[in-house]
Design a protein around this ligand. Sequence first.
Ligand code: ADP
Ligand code: F6P
Length: 362
Amino acid sequence: MRNLRRIGVLTSGGDAPGMNAAVRAITRKALEEHVEVMGIIGGYSGLMNENLIPLTSNSVSNIITHGGTVLYSNRCPEFKTEEGMQKAIATCKKYNIDAIVAIGGDGTFRGATDLTLRGIPTIGVTGTIDNDITATDYTVGFDTAMNTILQTVDRLRDTCESHARCNVVEVMGRDCGLLALNTAIASGAIAVCIPEMDFDEEDTINQIVRAKEQGKRGMIAIVSEGVYRMGAEGYKIRYGEELARKIEEQTGIETKFARLAHVVRGGTPSLRDRLTATKMGVKAVELLLEGKSNKVVIEDDGEITSLDIVFALTTDRMYKGTLKDGDLDRFSEEEIEQMKAICQKRRREIETLYQMSHEICR
Ligand code: ADP
Ligand code: F6P
């Protein structure tokens, strides 16, 4: 982008290990290119409320090793209103911010694209432990979260083994089962239940009984938080706790329940997350320097590349079956075919892993 003199960087939505590595890479790459960087504190609310700090090479020193986000994050409903959006634009104008790099998930990118529409160029960098953005193979934070789950489940297995118990473990991931699926395979769980695939409860319970009869002592089942039913009073009853109770009632095997919740979001980022965050951060600045905007940096078969944000968000809705009337009107036949191929790739990945978990983890 000609005359790119100052950019803003923010982290938004649920934090993810590796976000700091991305902030560091964006800052260092921009400074290298003689572009100033303002850190926006607290996601979009910081942008609305002029909560900014200049970032220097020194101020991002050593943050690569830290979990969470030094820029802080939050969920900011006000930003979705026109008034909130105008406040954010006024901040950009007042502080001469030429473009924004927004690190977060799909909500963050919806915010970014709204800013672009109102004249502020934006680039998104995928940062969420869920790996739930269909258009990218990978989101920063996923690997660390998987490893944290794995370490915790290994510990639970030790005590299950000692006491000949079963433990149902609920893991985060929103509506995406990839965290649950990958960690179930890697931890040798006897069962995994995710939102994307039908779960045969009876078969699972029979399998647990058979395994017990064959001498298996400790058993782990992993259930994604996204599997739930609505209770009479309109709140979600998550399936994991219910499954633990049913296993105990129907098999007589003492069964504990553990909800890992936010434990999985913290901690020192893994090498994979630091490296991917760094590559994505550098790519974000390169895109801005090339004059690109409204792009999200993604990983596709190991390559760090980018897609149009609206294309990525629409692909996500296609995958989740939530396309609205007219969503596809702006895209060519070729682009729609590309979206379908991306959705198919994601479905295949999940089906293959699920099938494998059934063949191996028993
Ligand atoms: P994530 O980015 O992890 O998906 P959220 O869905 O909470 O997390 O979104 C993060 C923030 O992005 C929200 O708090 C809000 O400020 C902004 N955002 C989300 N959806 C929209 C939208 N439709 N329009 C504008 N901004 C949005
Ligand atoms: O998107 C990341 C995530 O940790 C999800 O896995 C989870 O459903 C959600 O955020 C929890 O959000 P909060 O931190 O606002 O409770």
